[in-house]
Design a protein around this ligand. Structure first.
Ligand SMILES: [Ca+2]
Length: 540
């Protein structure tokens, strides 16, 4: 067999990556209120990881570290900063597949720095560099083989406040075409033009990164009309206000609905969220149909994953800046050759496992820089749980750990440990009853032991994942160990004042949503000094 025909025998890979889609927004997985016939089809075609997770995130823009973990297969504190860019020694999924003979093609949202895009992809279309946008006017780029993406075009950023036309970096825009539609269209065009019968033509890895269902929640009207507000139920853990400070109660996402939350307003948000997912589902269906029409479906591995969850009214929250299950569990499913059909597993998966899983499935060696684990053993064996515990860390405020049944969440606000929550997820999957609160000072022996056990495991993750090496970890663990010195170690005792970094974080938070936040969040991990004119000198 010649080298080229050997390469050609590998299956294609099509990766659907959705933005802010919670794990339970798929009808085939038990949500009767939502219409997702095409994702349901994927569920039947393959194996669903009902417990796919992100380990929360180091930025309020949780998407950014989450995507960096997917693209590099690395854990939360081993990506660069909060994932604003991807260093060259973190071999990206696209690069690994490209080196193994794949044609790699990227479409849609890219949240991890312009310079890394071409390291992963040999081609692409309609690339959006950024976090979120009005879905009907998305500034996008054609693929630039030189990787500069220099195109500039007129853009009115503040259309309420000024008639001034600015310029920003993009080269075209499909006014009035929804992001999910033009992203699916680019994928379909790629599929129909790709010819694998040609000897020079390789199998492809297509990364289809949607901007939906991230807000602003808009979609073609017919998808909105699928839903009746009277059929929408409030979640069982709906609260008008979150009962205590999480550190992020008033961040942008939390201001999408009024405080205190009103049931009718929350129901409307849920309806629009579902309608947007139904539209996304329709567009995913068009791509699957195109694969089928081309005769590629039987020789293609399909992946669907969401980059983070979303509260939408649960626990009195709207966003994803917390460590509850709704914000950190995501859809994760695989279909294709050698993947068991109509199969579900509750193995503890992270999104960083997708990378080694795909390598494993197509026989490509996993680069040393990858930390995730192949999920293939769990596809074929119900007893294989991949990992015993799942760790979550949100910014500098929250750390959490769960085993197959219990979950502990710890909060450090304003440098002090303020709260512990222990949930029995088997009896209380909606995380409503804090077992520690119910008992007050008189903890049952079991719960006392459980907290102790989970704290020990949390500290193991802290040390193995190098949480304390990050600015966020320094803040959290310094505060936590002030209350619980028994969990301190040499590194934590050595942490000095975090004053300089704090002022940078303050600036970061001040600029959230303006585009400058990425600069400040990048700055946080750099050794800098502040000058008199409020600029920074950066030493490395
Ligand atoms: Ca997201």
């Amino acid at each position: 067999m010649s080298e080229s025909s050997k390469k050609n025998s590998k299956p294609n890979i099509v990766f659907f990556f959705t933005d802010d889609q919670r794990h339970d927004t798929i009808q085939a997985l038990g949500n009767d209120s939502i219409h997702t016939p095409n994702i349901d089809r994927l569920v039947k075609m393959g194996t669903t990881f009902t417990h796919g997770h992100i380990p929360s995130g180091t930025s309020a823009a949780v998407c950014m570290p989450s995507r960096a973990m997917v693209l590099t297969g690395r854990s939360l504190y081993h990506i660069d900063g909060a994932g604003q860019k991807i260093p060259e020694d973190h071999v990206m999924l696209g690069s690994a597949l490209r080196d193994a003979g794949y044609q790699t093609f990227g479409i849609g949202k890219w949240h991890n720095g312009r310079e890394s895009f071409n390291r992963g992809f040999t081609g692409g279309k309609d690339i959006f560099f950024g976090g979120m946008h009005d879905h009907w006017n998305v500034p996008v780029h054609d693929y630039d083989p030189d990787g500069f993406y220099k195109g500039r075009a007129p853009y009115i950023k503040k259309f309420f406040a000024t008639n001034k036309t600015e310029h920003r970096r993009y080269d075209h825009m499909y006014q009035g075409v929804h992001s999910s539609t033009f992203i699916a269209r680019a994928a379909i065009n790629f599929i129909s033009s790709h010819d694998r019968s040609n000897d020079k033509s390789a199998p492809y890895f297509m990364y289809i990164s949607f901007l939906a269902p991230h807000d602003p929640r808009t979609m073609p009207k017919r998808f909105l009309e699928m839903y009746d507000i009277n059929d929408i139920q409030l979640p069982p853990n709906f609260l008008r206000m979150h009962p205590f400070d999480t550190g992020e109660l008033y961040i942008r996402d939390e201001r999408l609905a009024k405080h205190p939350r009103k049931p009718d307003e929350v129901k409307q948000h849920i309806l629009e969220y579902y309608a947007m997912i139904s539209h996304l589902d329709y567009e995913i269906g068009r791509v699957i149909d195109a694969l089928e029409a081309k005769g590629d479906l039987d020789n293609t591995i399909l992946v669907l994953a969401g980059d983070n969850g979303l509260a939408v009214g649960q626990h009195g929250l709207m966003g994803k800046q917390n460590c509850y299950e709704h914000s950190n569990r995501v859809p994760l499913l695989f279909a294709g050759p050698a993947i068991p059909k109509n199969n579900k597993t509750d193995a503890h998966a992270y999104l960083m496992d997708i990378y080694p899983t795909l390598c494993d499935l197509v026989g490509v060696s996993i680069p040393d820089s990858v930390e995730g684990k192949s999920l293939v053993p769990a596809m074929n064996d119900d007893n294989e749980k991949i990992r015993e515990h799942v760790f979550y860390g949100y910014e500098r405020y929250i750390r959490s750990i769960k085993d197959s049944r219990y979950k502990l969440i710890e909060y450090v606000i304003k440098k002090k440990h303020t709260k512990s929550q222990l949930f029995d997820l088997k009896e209380d999957p909606w995380e409503k009853n804090n077992l520690l609160e119910k008992e007050g000072e008189n903890l049952s022996e079991f719960n006392e032991e459980k907290v102790k056990e989970l704290r020990e495991v949390l500290c193991t993750f802290r040390d193995e994942w190098d949480d304390v090496e990050s600015y966020w970890g320094k803040c959290f663990w310094k505060g936590f160990c002030k209350s619980f010195p028994e969990y301190s170690n040499e590194k934590i005792r050595k942490i000095g004042r975090l004053k300089t970094a704090k002022s940078k974080v303050h600036l970061y938070r001040k600029y959230v949503g303006t585009g400058k936040e990425y600069f400040y969040s990048w700055l946080i991990n750099r050794k800098t000094s502040k000058n008199k004119d409020n600029t920074y000198t950066i030493y490395k």
